[in-house]
Design a protein around this ligand. Sequence first.
Ligand code: AMP
Ligand code: GLY
Length: 432
Amino acid sequence: MKILVIGSGGREHALCWKLKESELATEVFAAPGSDGIADEGVTSVNIAVSDHTGLLHFAKENDISLTIVGPEDPLVNGIVDLFQNEGLMIFGPSKAAARLEGSKQYAKEIMHKYNIPTAAYESFSEAEPAKNYVLQQGAPIVIKADGLAAGKGVVVAQTEEEALKALDEMMKNRAFGEAGSQVVVEEFLEGEEVSLMAFVHGETVIPMVPAQDHKRAFDGDKGPNTGGMGAYSPVPYISSSIIKEAEEQILKPMANAMVKEGASFTGILYAGLMITENGPKVIEFNVRFGDPETQVVLPRLQSDLAEVVINLMNGEETELAWSEDVCVGVVLASEGYPGNYEKGAAFGLPEVSPHLDQKWFHAGSKRHATGWETNGGRVILLSTMGADLEKAVSSTYKTLDSQFWNGLFYRNDIGRRAVNLADASGSEKTGK
Ligand code: AMP
Ligand code: GLY
């Protein structure tokens, strides 16, 4: 079968790389894809992610049997409905189900209605009542633009002043455009964050292994929120019983809730969780694979990805097989990201040794003479598999620190806290 992946980032690189391994795939296409993805033997299709009719025509004319959607925007804008109306198989939620990510208020309402644990909240369309609520609740408190804002529409305010300023920025100055016309003000949750993704089709939920993202730009979780600066999987200090609790009390009830709401969910349901003293609570739902979580979860997946998706959508039993090894991924980003940055800085990639199980996943890069040049905020990610987290982390940084990176920066502490926590508790470091 011919498979089309929509998108061009590191997540889509990992999806394409995994799909190329599939026994079912005769050819893999990526729209628009990237030079890095093309190096996997994937055919780039020069159609933008936002050009839904262009993508539909391409899929029809080229007998694409399965389309997998990477980013959230086309899902929220209804690409799945468009393909399905034309009888094409596409993996992702309908426009109605994608509201779980497209509107934070909608996600909150569904969680509230079906008793899915999440932070207490109120939703506002006017700045003044929102400010009064902040003053009544006190800080720390979290302010979220309702709509899509590329992972940047969230302010975790440590003081009331910060929260009031964030409300002005979002609601009055429209820093995130229309996404800020509605704002959710939410209780600050304390704990460890975990990303838990699952393959979902109606009431069928097949969870993947957990991962932890590092959202802040700089070491020690300092600096602004980004799309994600690195990740690792599994998360050794979160017990399997907590993960099971999240599956039973969050992922499955949410899939069931969407069926009851008449917006049955098909695709990847991503729960961003805070593991609090009172158990796991939802920080956010996404309706697609996480980035960079996918780049550390898919390397551990031993099952055939295309087969998993096809079986799931056909209502057949599917089980996932996972490597016991851990995986760490560190993002190299353009200097200045997530703020303004320049493109076009040339860089070369150190050889990675196959026996270390290392791999480069390209995001915002393109070919430049003999090497590469930067072409986006998050540029590239190095993923490393290892027998335990400590080994995987140290071989990642050995490769990254082996050269000077002009115009790029990366965090030096991805996965390190997990290694330290495991050391401190004297528990097994592998998280197996
Ligand atoms: P989000 O885009 O909703 O994932 O939020 C970005 C980041 O803000 C999350 O990864 C958390 O670190 C933080 N955050 C969001 N909501 C809360 C909350 N209710 N309590 C504490 N931290 C939060
Ligand atoms: N890594 C967070 C996200 O994909 O939204």
